[in-house]
Design a protein around this ligand. Structure first.
Ligand code: FES
Length: 94
């Protein structure tokens, strides 16, 4: 993802057809279709959760403490190797 620095994780995922991360709002933080779980090790390094993002996460019944909206996580060199997970139809995919 090094060539993706400055773009969102959602943009990368959608461009590469990652199942489970979608976008209806184009990254405006209003659709929650890009919900993902950031690996605990990486969560604090993924940047702060804004008030808007926190409010939108409240609408996701399956949210976890490490939930993020992938459109709000910006790829940086410091996140090289970051692991994220997406929700499977029947639950959380570890
Ligand atoms: S793409 Fe819509 S909230 Fe992230």
């Amino acid at each position: 993802m090094r060539d993706q620095v400055g773009r969102s994780v959602m943009d990368f995922a959608v461009d590469h057809g990652v199942n489970g991360i979608y976008s209806q709002c184009g990254g405006a933080c209003i659709c929650t279709m890009c919900h993902c779980f950031v690996d605990r090790y990486w969560f604090d390094q993924a940047g702060p959760v804004s008030l808007d993002e926190r409010e939108m996460l409240e609408y996701i019944p399956t949210r976890q403490p490490t939930s993020r909206l992938a459109c709000q996580v910006i790829v940086s060199r410091q996140l090289d190797g970051m692991k994220i997970y997406v929700e499977a139809e029947s639950g959380i995919t570890p």
